[in-house]
Design a binder for this molecule. Structure first.
Ligand code: PLP
Length: 402
């Protein structure tokens, strides 16, 4: 029996689409998986002027479309309920591509005052100087503050669903309402909340962006990013920010992310379970000064999380411990199962401790200012091993819990 073509899978649920979406059996060899196509160009049609026709479907040049990119885009668009997707070489290339598409010189952007630091950098150090973009950083969970920031030239509202690193939760439908009333667009970085946890387009976002480097790839060995939304906006992003500015993903990385993403729902389930168990352990430990995890019923972000998230509250827990800076470094470096490294969504659990300076996008709660912020990004290990590792290291650094 031959394997059915992907068109037979159109009615699948998201979790099954994670397995089958975008995969095309190879006509030449009969391989049931799309091979890695390490070519930077493809045979032209007999009349190359055809490639300039709107809607031309052939592959031409890998900066613009490649076989592995295209399959991945097909999978990701449908998983997030978008019409189209454009994959990029990194999450930052995708985010930059979305902003670059929406903003023109003189426009105003409203950006969450807690966002991934390189996004903050784009809006403090790059866009204002290079494009004359005006920016206000606001507490995205305070809707009055967001409304008050709207100006006549506001064209963009940008937020993360769960913010990196303090895990505040944005109200996406309310933000979409404010943006659209102002004739602006809402871009949502959903890196911490991939499907099936959250689909921001269903809640009114105009574009959703993921760093594919994180949960989608899931194995810590490739980088990528994606912009998903309606076809027109995604195609503008593809042509403006990828064809002209470059930033394409390599076929090998697209293939790795395609392979990693087949297990995304299963991995997320485990990571969310681990996160909840670890957050509960930390919240009960007197050596821990503060825990942020939207899955904890006592967390001030819990209500916003249960209203929007399904299948868990994410795989990242942020916390602060007592002691000195030196004690906290010792805690992190003495861990034996958990690795001190940046990034998240990997198969192994990663931890990163940082003391953040004051900054427009570092508006964290007071305990994180006083004690630094430890971001723990769950992997797939057994939760008992993670908790035992944390307990041992807390004791080495700070003494036994009393
Ligand atoms: C929320 C978020 N968005 C975007 C990025 C950037 O993604 P990449 O590292 O793939 O460029 C990161 C990276 O840590 C992130 O945490």
């Amino acid at each position: 029996m031959t394997r059915p073509d992907k068109h037979d899978f159109d009615s699948l649920t998201g979790n099954s689409w994670s397995v089958h979406g975008g995969n095309h059996a190879d006509e030449t060899t009969g391989a049931i998986r799309t091979p890695i196509v390490m070519a930077n160009s493809y045979r032209l049609p007999q009349d190359p002027s055809d490639i300039d026709e709107p809607g031309y479907q052939g592959l031409v040049y890998t900066r613009e479309h490649g076989a592995n990119q295209r399959g991945l885009e097909e999978k990701l668009a449908k998983l997030d309920h978008g019409e189209a997707a454009a994959v990029f070489g990194t999450g930052m290339a995708a985010l930059h591509g979305a902003f670059f598409t929406i903003l023109n010189p003189g426009d105003h952007a409203i950006v969450s005052n807690v966002v991934y630091m390189r996004v903050a950098g784009l809006f403090t150090d790059v866009f204002p100087q290079k494009l004359g973009i005006e920016v206000d950083f606001v507490d995205i969970t305070d809707l009055d503050q967001v409304r008050a920031a709207v100006r006549q030239n506001t064209k963009l509202v940008h937020t993360e669903v769960i913010a990196n690193p303090d895990l505040r939760v944005a109200d996406i439908p309310a933000l979409a309402g404010i943006a659209h009333e102002a004739d602006a667009l809402l871009t949502v970085d959903s890196t911490f909340t991939p499907p099936p946890m959250m689909r921001p387009l269903d809640h009114g976002a105009d574009l959703v962006i993921h760093s594919l480097t994180k949960y989608y790839n899931g194995h810590g060995d490739a980088m990528g990013g994606v912009v998903i939304g309606n076809r027109d906006l995604v195609e503008q992003t593809r042509t403006g920010a990828m064809w002209h500015a470059g930033g394409a993903i390599s076929p090998f990385n697209a293939w790795l992310i395609m392979r990693g993403s087949t297990t995304l729902p299963l991995r997320l389930e485990r990571q969310c379970q681990n996160a909840l168990a670890v957050a509960e352990f930390l919240a009960a430990d007197p050596r821990v000064v503060h825990v942020a995890y939207p899955g904890l019923p006592g967390d001030d972000q819990h209500q916003a999380a249960i209203e929007q998230l399904t299948n868990g509250f994410g795989g990242v827990v942020s916390f602060a411990i007592g002691g000195t800076h030196h004690d906290r470094l010792r805690f992190v470096n003495d861990l034996r199962v958990i690795t001190s490294a940046v990034s998240l969504g990997h198969d192994e659990t990663l931890i990163a401790y940082e003391e953040y300076p004051e900054g427009p996008a570092n508006a964290f709660a007071q305990p994180f200012r006083d004690h630094g912020l430890i971001r723990l990004a769950m992997g797939l290990e057994a939760k008992e091993d993670l908790i035992a590792d944390l307990e041992t290291s807390l004791t080495t650094a700070l003494g036994p819990a009393t």
